[in-house]
Design a protein around this ligand. Structure first.
Ligand SMILES: [Cu+2]
Length: 109
């Protein structure tokens, strides 16, 4: 119980820190229902911005159970997803509307 409270106190300021405009940015492009790149490396333990550009004419949903995020991106549109800080590891994501082809991994290290 006491340990849980301590963890909550330590994590609270981190969670409250807003994403900053100068956080590093990484770009993911969707074309022909495939993510490019299919493997993207990001720094662990840091906030960052993931810019997802949907070059297809149809909508796509960026979805990652590992990252606990989902976001619909209209055809020809783009969206910024604020992520991190992440523990080192591999986080899978898919395009939920085209899961057979649209899949990738984000590697935090
Ligand atoms: Cu979904």
């Amino acid at each position: 119980m006491r340990r849980l409270l301590l963890a909550a106190l330590l994590l609270a300021p981190l969670a409250a820190t807003p994403a900053r405009a100068d956080d590093p940015s990484f770009t993911l492009t969707i074309r022909n229902h495939v993510f490019d790149p299919a493997r993207i490396e990001v720094p662990a333990n840091a906030k960052f911005r993931l810019l997802v550009k949907n070059m297809d004419s149809t909508p796509e949903e960026f979805e990652s159970k590992d990252l606990r995020r989902e976001k619909v991106i209209a055809g020809g549109a783009e969206a910024v997803i604020l992520l991190g800080p992440l523990k080192p590891g591999t986080y899978r994501f898919v395009g939920e509307y085209n899961e057979a082809t649209a899949k990738g991994v984000l590697v935090a290290k």
